[in-house]
Design a binder for this molecule. Sequence first.
Ligand code: AVJ
Length: 340
Amino acid sequence: MPSRQGDTQEEERLRLISLAPEVARDDFAEDVRRGLTAGRKFLLPKYFYDELGSRLFEAICLLPEYYLTRAEDEIFANHAETIAAAASAGASRVSLLELGSGSATKTRRIVEALLSRQGELLYVPVDISPAALEQSARVLLQSYPSLRVTAYAADYAAAIPRLRQSLEEDARALVLFLGSNIGNFDPGGARELLAALRRALRPGDRVLVGADLKKERATLEAAYDDALGVTAAFNLNILARINRELRADFDPRRFRHVARYDDRHGRVEMHLESTRAQTVTLRALDLAVNFEEGERVHTENSYKSDLADLLRLAEETGYASTNTWLDEQERFSSNLFVAV
Ligand code: AVJ
């Protein structure tokens, strides 16, 4: 088979590192118990990304209302070479890391810009979804024969302290944190995350932070409540995951998707609202949960920034913000932070 040789070479350029699946399973069970027994019920957004959830998110990125992905891709289409040059300035070589890589579609533009500068590249993606991670790693290895990949299937908190061991002595690190993934963290959480990342990095290493910008309510709410109901399905899918993994009996038809912009906190909130009084049983947790009619389960915050917030965030966590790029319509920002 002519492709055999190529397959072997791709295998040799790939390392997959998984957090122990048992630990991940226990965390999910405990986080769901904590969220559904709280006074104001909640579920954590990192649990959206099972296999179907990751694919629904991919579909969201294609929706006309969800401008974030296209705006960031436009920035990279126009500025990837400049970004790669700013990231590389003063270093002989760069390795590329990414938090929440998903399908890594936008990443390709940065990979190509770096490869054309230095000929070979180490890419270290971190993603909560092992399926999305492995799939995207294999696609990249097939496209780029001089790429090596060390992939971590883990959440950020587990992966960041281990990133140090994947940094190469003689290469600067450029960490991608794209797509407004940082928006899932409240301001304190975002500071902690960037500070933890800073501790894993060395002076001169860089972080490229993609952040969605504050704008008109109608635009923001449409992005999280699209006409086709794809975001509703993405939100409701977390109930199907709980049914499957924790032997529960949620009827997703008895919940409705709600997305609202809270301009006081500068965030879009997503909720699942119970359309009637009901009791749900989670057999794996030996737990019964009552819902009132109209009661909401909070599932996600997506914080929106302005450029002053981002400058402050960099300064408070051990970086200098050296460059910002915007899309033509100024909806989205890419911010280069340099570790001081
Ligand atoms: C992947 C966290 C950036 O908040 O915009 C998309 C997830 N939620 N539609 C976002 C999401 C609903 C997305 N992030």
